[in-house]
Design a protein around this ligand. Structure first.
Ligand SMILES: [Cu+2]
Length: 129
């Protein structure tokens, strides 16, 4: 590589660096704007044989919550028929479900993936007030 080529390469690199920092700045500004949204509440739920912990989840109508599910033993399911949402919960992974209840009341949720002898009794309640 001649000295000239080397210098040009350096200048190109400097130019790219300057451009990328401008892009990073723009990104930082746009993410600041979007972070003004109200923070959603995270609710952690463990699905184990044969119970959801907790098996009663309380939320406010219109509140957005992020349900985070883990299943330490076997694959499980979470189904909330009244809101037409469900999730597969696989061991070793976190399954998420974002929910903004638009009606109040008490709604049953259940495991909809066969997980063993207690599967049929594996359920809980979402209470929206
Ligand atoms: Cu089950």
């Amino acid at each position: 590589m001649s000295i000239d080529t080397h210098r040009r390469t350096l200048m190109n690199a400097a130019g790219a660096l300057a451009l990328s920092s401008v892009a990073a700045l723009a990104l930082a500004q746009s993410s600041q704007k979007s972070s003004k949204k109200p923070k959603e509440r995270v609710i952690k739920v463990i699905a184990k044989k044969f119970v959801f912990v907790p098996n009663e989840i309380r939320v406010k109508q219109g509140e957005t919550v992020l349900l985070q599910f883990t299943a330490p033993e076997v694959p499980m399911g979470f189904s909330l028929p009244d809101f037409a949402v469900r999730a597969d919960i696989m061991p070793g992974k976190v399954a998420t479900l974002r929910l903004t209840p638009d009606k109040s009341g008490s709604f049953d949720f259940l495991c909809d993936v066969f997980c063993g002898s207690g599967h049929e009794e594996m359920n809980g309640k979402l209470i929206v007030s």
